[in-house]
Design a protein around this ligand. Structure first.
Ligand code: SF4
Ligand code: SF4
Length: 188
């Protein structure tokens, strides 16, 4: 059992951390037993889908079943350990896995597909510096107007974050800040 995965900080996403662990695990390179290798491959595939907002409602139940087989049927301790660890992570962080599967969000703001970028209206001075930084033309606005990020165009690259000297651009996970729908004149 990998105990480190059960002591994650608020800035670590359990889905992402488990996926990293699976990707570095010996079972993915071994192949001597079906339950160890196929189980690890299934874990990698499904966890990737979950982090990318492509999961299905049955994924967690299916992975739980796979991990129980891994724990009981793998030929060596590595497969047993991986199944056991994944089951413990599902149990400890069930709410966060469920939020990802329901496509509601990534609380830690780690999984890129769940992260959005926003411009806070009370901080933006309408300087326009961020517009030049965005290669996707996703930032709307003009001088002295509160700028707005078009979520349909934004590719979540994060380049605009460091462009704003007012710290008006923020990254959001499950909880999104309230922002104007379109550029409006600055009050500052
Ligand atoms: S978000 Fe920052 S960089 Fe962009 S216009 Fe507003 S103050 Fe300027
Ligand atoms: S995150 Fe990237 S794509 Fe989105 S608004 Fe900022 S610079 Fe543009």
């Amino acid at each position: 059992m990998n105990d480190k995965l059960l002591k994650l900080s608020e800035t670590q996403c359990p889905v992402d951390e488990l996926l990293r662990y699976v990707r570095s695990h010996r079972c993915l390179d071994c192949g001597k037993c079906v339950f160890g290798y196929e189980g690890a491959a299934q874990l990698e595939l499904t966890l990737t889908d979950i982090t990318m907002k492509k999961s299905r409602s049955t994924d967690l139940a299916q992975l739980t079943k796979v991990c129980r087989y891994m724990r009981e049927q793998s030929l060596c301790d590595d497969g047993v350990e991986l199944g056991d660890t994944a089951l413990a992570v599902f149990e400890q962080y069930g709410d966060e896995f469920a939020a990802h599967v329901a496509k509601k969000g990534c609380k830690a703001g780690v999984c890129k597909s769940f992260v959005t970028y926003h411009i806070l209206a009370d901080r933006c001075v309408g300087c326009g510096d961020c517009v030049d930084e965005c290669e996707d033309d996703a930032i709307l606005g003009k001088k002295k107007f509160i700028h707005v990020i078009d979520q349909d165009e934004c590719t979540q690259c994060g380049k605009c974050l460091s462009a704003c000297e007012e710290d008006a651009i923020v990254k959001a996970g499950a909880v999104k800040p309230r922002c104007p729908a379109k550029p409006i004149p600055c009050k500052r």
